[in-house]
Design a protein around this ligand. Structure first.
Ligand code: ADP
Ligand code: MG
Length: 238
């Protein structure tokens, strides 16, 4: 695990500035929700942390290492998306261990890490199944398992539950929370769902138009929103 620190991070696509100088410190082991309306720059910010998108300015540090020039693999971060692609021809165990195999880890270590992650996520009875034999929630858990086995310094979640139905979403929320309580890996969780943010995170960052409007403890934002935008976004759940 590690802290994540952003200093004056900017991003433009061509002539369009989408991130306007973000300063943000995320504590080691924290679970932070990044919220804001569609198009405000949440995914772009995550992708810059992951190294999938270059910064146009500023500095990103993970632990005490500046990572701007590191490849995604060197950053040791795992990202969980909504469109998690599992390999249909591989079993659950093979899907979970695939990244470790690419990294040429010994098979015994892969097996050990896969069974540990499977235990954590309740996937042990499903290890020999193929993705087509799983429910949507089970597939999402396998996608998380694939991230967990890598023992990353940081988890990045980009609206991982938005494809699931309401009931499953609530269930997966508590699984994600339980997982964080077990592994304590620093987590940044992007969502446009303020209830999800309030229930999962101990710190919420509200973004709007490529800037941070306010950040703090969920109840602090709820009780003392800094402006009308935050009040509208956090205060009155849809
Ligand atoms: P969010 O995840 O909050 O919905 P995004 O980070 O996806 O927002 O997008 C922020 C802004 O950047 C949007 O206006 C989007 O159109 C723009 N954008 C994102 N990716 C690209 C890209 N590859 N090229 C050009 N514009 C982009
Ligand atoms: Mg997005």
């Amino acid at each position: 695990m590690a802290s994540v620190q952003m200093t004056e991070v900017r991003k433009s696509f061509g002539a369009v500035d989408v991130i306007h100088g973000i300063d943000l410190k995320i504590e080691d082991g924290a679970f932070v929700a990044l919220v804001g309306p569609s198009g405000c720059g949440k995914s772009t910010l995550l992708r810059m942390i992951a190294g999938l998108e270059e910064t146009s300015g500023g500095e990103i540090a993970i632990g005490n290492r500046v990572v701007n020039d590191l490849t995604p693999r060197e950053r040791n971060i795992a990202m969980v998306f909504q469109n998690y692609a599992l390999y249909p021809h591989m079993t659950v165990a093979e899907n979970m261990g695939f990244n470790l195999k690419l990294a040429k880890k010994p098979q015994a270590e892969i097996d050990a890490r896969v069974s540990e992650a499977a235990r954590m996520l309740g996937l042990t009875p499903l290890l020999d199944r193929r993705p087509s034999q799983l429910s949507g929630g089970q597939r999402q858990r396998v996608a998380m398992g694939r991230a967990v086995v890598r023992k990353p310094q940081v988890f990045l979640f980009d609206e991982p539950l938005s494809n699931l139905d309401a009931k499953l979403r609530v269930q997966m929320r508590s699984e994600i929370k339980g997982l964080h309580q077990k592994v304590r890996t620093t987590s940044i969780y992007v969502t446009h769902d303020q209830i999800e943010a309030m229930t999962l995170a101990d710190h919420i960052v509200v973004m709007h138009g490529g800037r941070i409007e306010q950040q703090g403890h969920p109840m602090e934002l709820y009780r003392r929103p800094a402006n009308l935008f935050v009040a509208g976004f956090i205060g009155t759940p849809a």
